[in-house]
Write a protein that binds this ligand. Structure first.
Ligand code: PRP
Length: 219
């Protein structure tokens, strides 16, 4: 049997995904070693390999088949626009993609003014303003700490992820419009889906059942 390879977005999501897989009997001792600098982990029993990648690179590894399966946020999937199948919503890391800014910027949105929008997600922001809102805007790509942009006059609003809302609150910004809900998804390489269909389908089914069981426990 060949190895089924997983690309995981490194950080909290990768740890949560491994926890979920552990509940399904996938064990990867080395993965839980906090001091390890290893990038690839193997489960010999289940013939699975796992590697950690930067979130925005996960869809790339999956599209090219370097990984059969990926676990990554919906934000990254939308932004990267890769040819991959999205097969499961894990419901982990729930948050929202929003247009945010000072209260004073609300009228620019209502009047469809030509404003500047700072974001780490230019594809998502462009799609939202041009296709859904039909508002012409100037998109400014940033790489982090996007909340800074309206505070220092780089842009009128931002398109960014809001989780607890505390970053916005502490900086006097508000959610002005919601673009979409986000959470972690399982994605699959299109060829792997055909060649390893049974194995992948069974695994995805087990993951779905485990997520459902967890949710039922909470109620
Ligand atoms: C994300 C996001 C917001 C913040 C939202 O940033 O871009 O800044 O988290 O979380 P909150 O609503 O709970 O405050 P991240 O920590 O990934 O840093 P970065 O934007 O600087 O990359």
């Amino acid at each position: 049997m060949r190895y089924l390879t997983f690309a995981l977005a490194k950080g909290r999501l990768a740890r949560k995904t491994m926890e979920l897989l552990k509940e399904l009997g996938v064990s990867c001792q080395e993965f839980y070693d906090p001091d390890t600098r290893r990038l690839i982990f193997t489960d010999e029993t289940n013939k699975m390999k796992f590697f950690l990648a930067k979130a925005s690179d996960v869809p790339t590894y999956v599209e090219y088949g370097a990984a059969d399966i990926g676990v990554v946020g919906k934000d990254t999937i939308m932004e990267e626009g890769r040819q991959i199948y999205e097969v499961l919503d894990l419901g982990l890391g729930r948050c929202r993609m929003c247009v945010c800014g000072p209260e004073s910027a609300r009228e620019y949105l209502q009047h469809h003014e030509l404003i500047r929008v700072a974001t780490k997600y230019p594809v998502i922001a462009k799609d939202y303003f041009y296709n859904r809102k039909q508002q012409t805007v100037e998109i400014i790509k940033l790489n982090g700490s996007v909340e800074l942009a309206p505070l220092v006059g780089l842009s009128e609003v931002i398109v960014d992820i809001v989780e607890t809302g505390s970053t916005l609150k502490e900086n006097g910004l508000k959610v002005l419009e919601e673009v979409c809900a986000l959470s972690a998804r399982v994605v699959v390489n299109q060829v792997s889906m055909k060649m390893e269909n049974e194995r992948i389908t069974a695994l995805v089914r087990q993951m779905r059942q485990q997520i459902t069981a967890r949710n039922e426990e909470k109620i």
